[in-house]
Ligand binder design. Structure first.
Ligand SMILES: [Zn+2]
Length: 320
């Protein structure tokens, strides 16, 4: 079983070049390092059961990323199927009025995609796990609030939410829907023109691609006229200190961590995985493809989040 299969058609010289390929472990202490990308087979039912046993009897905190929302029609920046795309930075947004105009024009058109998205099986399974008393808290890198809409209660929106905007001068918050109504009012001609174009690409932060936004009118804070920014943590921006502290506290209070649907490419998520790992807590990483946190995982599950999370939910649910 450990012998690599050698095709009979191979010339004899190939025998010496035969890679010493160990059978791919499905549940492992990772040996991943940059440059070595293991081909992980799809997690089996037995793999999922083994992960459930690691979590059994422990208070579980879950960290989620874009991968849990892809089934809701919200594309993933970094998943295996994600198109390469440069994310917007905080510096761009603050420094360039033209960039902001372009941003808000795209955002206004793409917004209905976000508000139209519904929670999927991943969100529902996690909400059920909280009701079962298995999951004690959820930390999400997503800004779509689908966990809350699915019924999860103890949720930290690590990177903020798309449903509010913040004034960069006075700090006041405004509902995104309220700002949307204001923007639509002063941009009726623009929106009518865009509607004719049809077909719009959506990105995770509700961007939609529009070529021409020159005639779009941007609005400032109703109170002080300051620049309004989505209440979202952008690349180049730090997660607010108190939110970081709350997420640490949540992980410290738990007995295990699941990271689901995230490549852990950003520090704000990765450091939670490291923290749980350092404390000797089981870390289950559930993602299609390699993550930056694989070396800290007790179990790596290559699987779709909906199937795997529902499996874990059923395996860990208290007996009726
Ligand atoms: Zn203001």
């Amino acid at each position: 079983m450990t012998t690599p299969q050698t095709p009979t058609t191979q010339p004899p010289t190939a025998q010496t070049r035969q890679p010493t390929q160990a059978p791919q472990p499905r549940l492992l202490y990772s040996t991943w390092s940059p440059g070595y990308v293991p081909q992980r087979p799809e997690a089996t039912e037995a793999d999922l059961d083994a992960a459930a046993e690691l979590l059994r009897g422990r208070a579980v905190v879950v960290l989620t990323g874009a991968g849990v929302s892809t089934e809701s029609g919200l594309p993933d920046y970094r998943g295996p199927d994600a198109a390469p795309r440069r994310p917007m930075t905080y510096q761009q947004f603050v420094a360039d009025p033209g960039f902001r105009r372009h941003y808000w024009a795209r955002n206004l058109v793409g917004w209905h995609h976000l508000t139209a998205a519904d929670p999927n099986e991943s969100h529902r399974a996690l909400a059920d796990m909280e009701r079962d008393g298995v999951v004690t808290g959820l930390i999400t890198q997503n800004v779509d609030e689908l966990h809350t809409r699915a019924g999860s209660r103890n949720v930290i929106d690590l990177h903020g939410t798309g449903s509010r905007v913040v004034c960069l001068r006075c700090g006041r918050l405004e509902d995104r829907a309220h700002l949307g109504a204001r923007l639509r009012e002063v941009n009726a001609a623009f929106l009518a023109r865009v509607e004719e174009l049809g077909d719009i690409e959506v990105a995770p932060d509700a961007d939609a691609v529009i070529e021409q936004t020159a005639d779009f009118r941007v609005l400032g804070c109703q109170h002080c006229g300051g620049i309004l920014k989505p209440h979202i943590v952008y690349f180049g921006e730090n997660v607010p200190k108190e939110r970081v502290a709350a997420s640490y506290e949540m992980v410290d209070g738990a007995g295990a961590l699941i990271a689901a649907g995230t490549t852990l490419a950003v520090q704000s998520g990765l450091r939670l995985v490291k923290r749980a790992h350092r404390a000797g807590k089981p870390v289950v990483i559930l993602n299609r493809g390699v993550t930056r946190g694989d070396e800290f995982a007790t179990a790596l599950l290559h699987a779709g989040t909906s199937r795997a999370l529902r499996h874990l939910q059923r395996a860990l649910a208290p007996a009726a």
